[in-house]
Ligand binder design. Structure first.
Ligand SMILES: Cc1ncc(COP(=O)(O)O)c(C=O)c1O
Length: 429
C-alpha cells in the first residue's frame, strides 16, 4: 500500500470500501463544469437519495389516479404510510418500534413532549441544558418555563464548559445535575453537540438525571444516522430528532420522536391530543372521547404529510441496507483519516475542537483556524468557492462532516489539500 497521506492510498481505500457503492444512490451536487463538489455538509443537510423522487412520484400518481380512495387503496395506503418508517427509525435509535413515531418537525415534537414531560411544581421546576445549546432548543425550553408561570432567570440552568475549554466534561454534567437536585424537573441534552461535534453519553446522563428524580430528554438532531444509539436501554424518557441531516430526507423533512415504553399506556400523562393519536380501531367512528394509541404514536396530532414521508422512506430504506453499525465503523475510519491528516499536515495552524477518540465524536470535526476567526472565515469562504462544501459556525468554527454513505477517502485528502493551500495563502497575505 502507498503512504497513508497520498492520493494513491486514499483511492485504494475507496476501492476497498464495502460501502462505496452507496455513493451512487445519491445525487451529488456539482460545480459549473459538472464535477461533483466535495460535500461534507451532511450534518446540516444530507444529500438526496435517487430513490426519493420515484417514491414521491408514485404517491403523486396514486393521488391523481385514486383521489381520496388512496388512503386505503394506494399501493402503500396513506392511512398506514408512516408505519413503514417505524421499524427503520427504531433500528437507528435503538428503540422498540412502539417507542418511536415519525411526525412533525423537531421543535414541534420537543414542545409536544415537554407538554407531557415538563410538569414543573413550586419545588421542582428547573430545566438543565448546555450553555450554547442549539438556539431553537433554548427558545423552546425558555418559553415552556414562562408558559408555566416561572422565570427562566432561575428556572433555566445552562452548563458551560470550564473556562478555556470547548467541551463539557462528563463529571461536570453529573455534578450539575446533582447540584440542581430536587429543584430539577428536566434535563435536555443533545446526543451530539451541533457546534463542537462532541458525543454525549445518554446512559450516564439519564442515570444521573433519574437519580435526581428528574426527566431525561434528548435532542438527537446531530446523532441520528450518525452514531449508534440505544434509547430504550438508556432509559431516556423522551427524545426528538429531525430528518434532514444525516437522515437525508430533504429540507424541512419529517422528524421523529421517542417515548420510552414505560409511558406506553400512561393515560394520566397530560398531552396535547389530535385524531391521529387516537386508537386506530375506533378513529373513524369519530367519537368525542380521545383514547390514545399505546406508545409513541399516541402523541401524533395530524394525518402525516405523505410527500414528506416518501423521501424519508427512501432514505431509511438505504440505511437499513447499509446497516448503521457498518456505517459507523466506516465513519470512525473516514473521520479518523481526516483527523490524522489535519493533525499531521496542519499542526500549528488548525485545532480540532471535537474529541478525537471515536466514542467522543461522530462524523463531524469542528476545526478552529489558529490565526483567528477573520482568517478562519476567509478560509471557509475559499473552500466553498473551490467546491468544498462544509459550514461555518460563529464565532470561529468550520464544521466538516464526511458522511459514510456517500463520502470517501480521496475527497477527504483533497479537502485537506485545499485547506492546506488556503492556510498557506492566508499566512502569506
Ligand atoms: C440540534 C438542533 N436542534 C434543533 C434544531 C431545529 O430543528 P427544526 O427547525 O427542524 O425544528 C436544529 C436544526 O438544525 C438542530 O441542529
Amino acid at each position: 500500500m502507498s503512504e497513508w497521506f497520498t492520493l494513491a492510498y486514499a483511492e485504494e481505500r475507496d476501492r476497498a470500501d464495502p460501502l462505496g457503492a452507496f455513493r451512487d444512490e445519491f445525487h451529488l451536487p456539482t460545480d459549473a463544469s459538472g464535477r461533483p463538489l466535495i460535500y461534507f455538509a451532511g450534518h446540516s443537510l444530507g444529500l438526496e437519495p435517487k430513490s426519493a423522487a420515484r417514491l414521491i412520484r408514485e404517491e403523486l400518481e396514486e393521488w391523481s389516479r385514486r383521489g381520496v380512495l388512496g388512503h386505503e387503496t394506494a399501493r402503500r395506503p396513506w392511512v398506514r404510510y408512516h408505519e413503514q418508517l417505524t421499524a427503520y427509525a427504531a433500528e437507528l435509535t435503538g428503540a422498540e418500534p412502539h417507542e418511536v413515531v415519525n411526525m412533525n418537525s423537531l421543535t414541534v415534537n420537543l414542545h409536544l413532549l415537554m407538554v407531557s414531560f415538563y410538569r414543573p411544581t413550586q419545588k421542582r421546576w428547573r430545566i438543565l441544558i448546555e450553555h450554547g445549546a442549539f438556539p431553537s432548543d433554548r427558545y423552546a425550553v425558555e418559553s415552556q418555563i414562562r408558559f408555566h408561570g416561572f422565570d427562566p432567570a432561575d428556572g433555566l440552568i445552562e452548563l458551560a464548559p470550564r473556562p478555556g475549554e470547548d467541551l463539557l466534561r462528563a463529571e461536570d454534567i453529573a455534578a450539575a445535575i446533582e447540584r440542581a437536585g430536587d429543584t430539577l424537573a428536566l434535563v435536555l441534552f443533545p446526543g451530539v453537540q451541533y457546534r463542537t461535534g462532541q458525543v454525549f453519553d445518554l446512559d450516564v446522563i439519564t442515570a444521573a438525571t433519574h437519580r435526581a428524580g428528574a426527566v431525561a430528554g434528548f435532542d438527537l438532531a446531530h446523532a441520528i444516522g450518525n452514531v449508534e444509539l440505544g434509547l430504550h436501554a438508556s432509559g431516556a424518557d423522551f427524545a426528538v430528532w429531525c430528518g434532514y441531516k444525516y437522515l437525508n430526507a430533504g429540507p424541512g423533512a419529517l422528524a421523529g420522536a421517542f417515548v420510552h415504553e414505560r409511558y406506553a399506556d400512561s393515560l394520566e400523562l397530560p398531552r396535547f391530543a389530535g385524531w391521529w393519536g387516537h386508537d386506530k380501531a375506533t378513529r373513524f367512528l369519530m367519537g368525542p372521547e380521545f383514547r390514545p394509541i399505546p406508545g409513541a404514536e399516541g402523541w401524533q396530532l395530524s394525518n402525516p404529510p405523505i410527500f414528506a414521508a416518501a423521501p424519508l422512506l427512501a432514505s431509511l430504506e438505504i440505511f437499513h441496507r447499509a446497516r448503521l453499525e457498518r456505517l459507523r465503523a466506516k465513519s470512525i475510519e473516514l473521520t479518523g483519516y481526516l483527523a490524522r491528516l489535519v493533525q499531521t499536515l496542519l499542526a500549528g495552524s488548525v485545532k480540532i475542537v471535537t474529541p478525537l477518540e471515536p466514542a467522543g465524536r461522530g462524523s463531524q470535526l469542528s476545526l478552529r483556524v489558529l490565526a483567528g476567526p477573520t482568517a478562519g472565515r476567509r478560509i471557509f469562504q475559499a473552500l466553498e468557492a473551490a467546491g468544498a462544501i462544509c459550514d461555518w459556525r460563529e464565532p470561529d468554527l468550520i464544521r466538516v462532516a464526511p458522511a459514510p454513505l456517500y463520502n470517501g477517502y480521496a475527497e477527504v485528502l483533497r479537502f485537506v489539500d485545499l485547506l492546506d493551500r488556503f492556510l498557506t495563502e492566508a499566512a502569506s497575505a
